[in-house]
Design a protein around this ligand. Structure first.
Ligand SMILES: Cc1ncc(COP(=O)(O)O)c(C=O)c1O
Length: 410
């Protein structure tokens, strides 16, 4: 059977691939420490589970009506966005989606025509360029300077805009960078897009997971122009440890939500009805579990950052949001005899049983991504193994001639 060109051109999700490889090694009896999964190790809060169970028992087992989401779930999203983001939406400006991932896919399909350009800051979440290519669009990458925690400047954004630019995908707090734009930085970018025929997909899925004195600002909250141009995306996965529930949402101008609803009604008929009751409880019920998880992530982030930056050849921006660190490990490549983040990752997995994700998948081959959505013990064991490998390599390289460059081996 012949596969379509679209699917043949699609890359597999590297994060899921690393997680699957680590799971297969574990199943084969190998002791693997995985920093691959972008998934909280916490369980979904009990009150959220209870709400879904109650809905099931009460017979909420039919198609969701309407496909865009049951009215109470769309209202709960409005309540959350008003309370936490200072954004006023009405339920008909909201769609409940099968996770943030499906939300992104549908947004790109609803707004991008073949040849349209979509600006994506680097490093980026693996899936963004694939969504854009699948819709026939052209990703335009803008690389944030590592000295500025990878954040792009208004000047860089302005320089990337052409008459074909239709969208900016803006993700803060960032996966994979673990950085968070300050309110002033968000406003400066919003001033560049204001008034232009450019939609902004603001992926705020980590907006509750910020650390230190960071305070996130929603892109749509920057100005009336930004509100009119922005699609605000969020979901249950990260904040409420609901990854397996597959529930997310988008808030945007009503005509855009209508278009997304059309796509959703043909594609999935909407999100599992009883799951939507879980989302309502997550967004409107007690929030103390979120704070407990946030504090745990904050401690783990500070710890893993301190361990990584003590290793030879590793530099790393401190994480201020989400649950990732994105260390620059290129200073270890020569000593380890590798030339790419993929080779680094393979060597580390083979020699230490530690699974990390190659930065190449996120647009930067000098880096790797580690998720710290795992316990402190696991973090320490993984860091001990990595440190041993890197310190060993550093000691060997001091006493031995430099490794032969990969180019000479080819
Ligand atoms: C930046 C970002 N956006 C969206 C998602 C989608 O999450 P989900 O589909 O689980 O809601 C993820 C998940 O890793 C993410 O990191």
């Amino acid at each position: 059977m012949k596969l379509s060109k679209r699917v043949l051109a699609l890359a597999e999700s590297e994060t899921l691939a690393v997680t699957a490889k680590a799971a297969a090694m574990r199943a084969a009896g190998i002791d693997v420490i995985s920093f691959g999964a972008g998934e909280p190790d916490f369980d979904t809060p009990e009150n959220v589970k209870e709400a879904a169970i109650k809905a099931l028992r009460e017979g909420q087992t039919k198609y969701p009506k309407p496909a865009a989401g049951i009215p109470a779930a769309r209202q709960a999203v409005c309540t959350k966005l008003e309370r936490e983001n200072g954004l006023t939406y009405t339920p008909n400006q909201v769609i409940i989606t099968t996770g943030g991932k499906m939300a992104c896919t549908m947004v790109v399909h609803a707004l991008i025509n073949p040849g349209d350009e979509v600006i994506i800051p680097v490093p980026y979440w693996v899936s963004y360029p694939e969504f854009v290519r699948l819709a026939g669009g052209k990703p335009v990458f803008v690389r944030g300077d590592e000295e500025r925690d990878f954040k792009i400047t208004p000047e860089q954004l302005a320089a990337a805009i052409t008459p074909r630019t239709r969208m900016l995908i803006f993700n803060s707090p960032s996966n994979p960078g673990g950085f968070t734009y300050t309110p002033d930085e968000v406003r400066a970018l919003a001033a560049v897009t204001a008034g232009k025929d450019i939609a902004v997909l603001a992926d705020e899925i980590y907006d509750r997971l910020v650390y230190g004195d960071q305070r996130p600002l929603s892109f749509a909250a920057c100005s009336p122009e930004a509100y009119a141009q922005t699609l605000t995306l969020n979901g249950g996965s990260k904040t409420y440890a609901m990854t397996g529930w597959r529930v997310g949402y988008v808030a945007a101008p009503e005509p855009v939500i209508k278009a997304l609803s059309k796509l959703q009604s043909q594609g999935t008929s909407g999100v599992c009805t009883f799951v939507q009751y879980g989302l309502i409880e997550a967004l409107t019920g007690p929030q103390d579990e979120v704070e407990r998880m946030r504090q745990a992530f904050a401690q783990r982030g500070a710890h893993i950052h301190q361990r990584l930056t003590a290793m030879p050849g590793v530099t790393c921006c401190p994480p201020t949001g989400a649950f990732y660190v994105f260390p620059n490990v290129s200073g270890t490549y020569a000593r380890l005899g590798v030339t790419t983040s993929g080779e680094f990752t393979a060597k580390v997995l083979e020699e230490t049983g530690v699974a990390v994700v190659p930065g190449g998948a996120f647009g930067s081959d000098q880096h790797v991504r580690l998720s710290f959505a795992c316990g402190m013990e696991q973090i320490d064991e993984g860091m001990n193994r990595l440190e041993k490998l890197l310190k060993g390599a550093a000691a060997t390289s001091r006493s031995a001639p430099p490794a032969e460059p990969a180019s000479a081996r080819r």
